[in-house]
Write a new protein. Structure first.
Length: 275
């Protein structure tokens, strides 16, 4: 497989390639000294973020002291228990969820990570996000804003917890992520398609089929989408049609104009003037 030696899943992963599903509503905790969780096994992930106080968690054979400004991820099919960690209230939020990549792979099975992290300098922002996250469920009764806040929390957790890709990553079709990342970030490069296809260990035809299965479009269509998206942003900022065409990898301005109209329903000149 022609993958880069410095390949990192979390760096190359694009937002539309990761899907988070809530399996329960968030569980705010404000527990006294007699609080505990009896040993149990869950069938999804459970992320605890502590706002104040502390609790002692036992996950399999490891013990963790979860305190203010820290988070703990309990993986599925794992025996865990918990008890109050000392004086005062243990205040936290817990969220049960699953997270997949490309609609088929458990994200955490593809990376090496620490279960227990401290947010350090990011904590003030994370703490405010947790409070907004809880409020969005309690006041609005909707998961829309809650989902957005949880994605922020999960991202901060992943940044702190990530220790590298799993050794099993190479056996999956993870080169699709690298291909999509290249096509979205280097869309103007004349050789970007060839470079992207080199990430695959398979033939061009089979790679195209796999890419379409994962993303819904072929690599060529994916590249066109990335270029048109970038061109729209440039035109909205007042860039000329000619400059937008060349900046997005199109050598022929007329071809670019026809393609832009075909994909958006509006000629680029009209799109620019209508901004």
């Amino acid at each position: 497989m022609h993958m880069r030696s410095d390949s990192m899943l979390l760096r190359d992963l694009l937002p539309d390639q990761m899907h988070v599903t809530f399996t329960e509503r968030p569980i705010p905790q404000k527990q006294g000294t007699d609080w505990s969780i009896d040993p149990r096994v869950i069938n999804d992930y459970d992320l605890f973020v502590c706002l104040s106080g502390s609790a002692v968690f036992r996950v399999q054979d490891a013990e963790y002291l979860l305190s203010r400004g820290e988070a703990l991820l309990v993986p599925p099919y794992t025996i865990f228990s918990a008890r109050h960690g000392g004086e005062g209230h243990f205040e936290a939020v817990a969220q049960h969820f699953t997270v997949d990549v490309l609609g088929r792979y458990d994200l955490f099975s593809l990376i090496r990570y620490e279960r227990h992290v401290r947010f350090d300098r990011a904590w003030p922002y994370v703490a405010e996000t947790v409070r907004c996250y809880i409020d969005s469920w309690q006041k609005d009764g909707t998961s829309l804003f809650g989902h957005a806040h949880f994605l922020t929390l999960l991202t901060h957790f992943l940044i702190k917890a990530y220790r590298g890709d799993s050794a099993d990553t190479a056996v999956h079709d993870m080169f699709i992520i690298e291909m999509a990342h290249l096509l979205q970030t280097r869309f103007a490069a004349p050789d970007v398609m060839d470079e992207a296809l080199l990430r695959s260990p398979y033939s061009r035809d089979y790679t195209t089929r796999l890419f379409r299965e994962h993303t819904g479009v072929t690599p060529k269509q994916y590249l066109i989408q990335a270029r048109i998206r970038a061109a729209r942003e440039m035109l909205q900022q007042g860039t000329s049609v000619k400059d937008a065409a060349f900046a997005t990898g199109h050598k022929d301005e007329l071809y670019f104009s026809r393609l832009f109209k075909q994909k958006t329903g509006t000629p680029p000149s009209a799109y620019r003037s209508g901004v």
